[in-house]
Design a protein around this ligand. Structure first.
Ligand code: 13P
Ligand code: ZN
Length: 273
């Protein structure tokens, strides 16, 4: 069967990276059943032939108006689809959509009429914000990392930047590779526009946002970048919980050691240790 990826190496590479990351999400145990979703802005790979492709669906409402997305194209995981299936067959478990001129609806254009993820309002709201601010970020990831979600069940840890500092202090790499820390969104109904709005508030400050008692949402230059940030943060959460399981509260790096990492790696200083 013909695919929109045929003879388009840039687009194919972007979708192949989605498949690779989907496999990692499954292997990590973060993607039970249809858990998690992925969107990637693929507009840079769109040519005249793609623009001329007929819609495979009628127009569907996003639920919110996103003016910076007019005419943009996104690869989206399909709703109800499994990451472990997407890892093998990304175009059968996801699709490419075109945002219509009203900036409030979209059509599916390829390869098959696979309905996009239920978290589309959050994903597209973040892409709209990224474009509005001139960001070069292209990817958005939502997943269910076990240890971070477990920690989100503790009210103390949900206070602003409490979890950020705890996770940073577990291992220097987390400070270096998740330098903006972890934003917090209080529990909100999955798939809702309210969740999209609350996520948007946090994404102004953080690349990774924790959805209380649900999962995380991350943005990045590409999908691997978004995944890596979640991975290092969850690694710190695992170290914290491992120490707790051994019967003690981990000491954490000293404030001085953390400041040294920030200086040597020339990290952003929005939230000094
Ligand atoms: P979808 O299958 O609609 O992508 O939903 C999965 C999910 O994790 C919702 O939060
Ligand atoms: Zn979810």
């Amino acid at each position: 069967m013909n695919s929109i990826l045929d003879n388009r190496p840039g687009l194919r590479a972007a979708v192949e990276q989605v498949a690779e990351v989907a496999g990692y999400l499954w292997q990590k145990g973060w993607a039970e059943r249809n858990g998690g979703n992925i969107t990637v802005n693929v507009t840079e790979h769109v040519d005249e032939a793609i623009r001329a492709l007929p819609a495979l669906s009628g127009p569907m409402a996003i639920g919110t108006i996103l003016p910076h997305l007019r005419g943009c194209y996104f690869y989206c995981k399909g709703t109800g689809k499994r990451m472990r299936d997407l890892a093998r067959q990304p175009m059968q478990n996801g699709s490419i959509i075109r945002i219509l001129d009203d900036c409030a609806s979209y059509v599916i254009i390829a390869d098959e009429p696979v309905l996009p993820t239920s978290e589309l309002p959050s994903h597209l709201s973040m892409h709209n914000y990224l474009l509005a601010t001139g960001s070069t970020y292209k990817a958005s990831l939502h997943t269910h990392p076990i240890q971070l979600v477990a920690m989100s069940h503790n009210k103390e840890l949900l206070k602003k930047d409490a979890m950020t500092h705890l996770l940073w202090s577990m291992i220097p790499e987390t400070l270096a590779f998740a330098p903006l820390g972890l934003g917090i969104v209080p529990y909100t109904l999955p798939g809702s526009v309210r969740l999209a709005e609350a996520t948007l508030e946090q994404i102004r400050e953080y690349d990774v946002v924790l959805w209380e008692k649900h999962g995380v949402c991350a943005v990045g230059r590409d999908l691997m970048d978004a995944f890596d940030q979640v991975d290092v943060l969850n690694k710190s959460a695992e170290i914290y919980m491992c120490a707790k399981n051994m019967g003690f509260t981990p000491e954490g790096m000293t404030e001085e050691a953390m400041r040294e990492v920030q200086e040597v790696f020339q990290l952003p200083k929005q939230r000094p240790c």
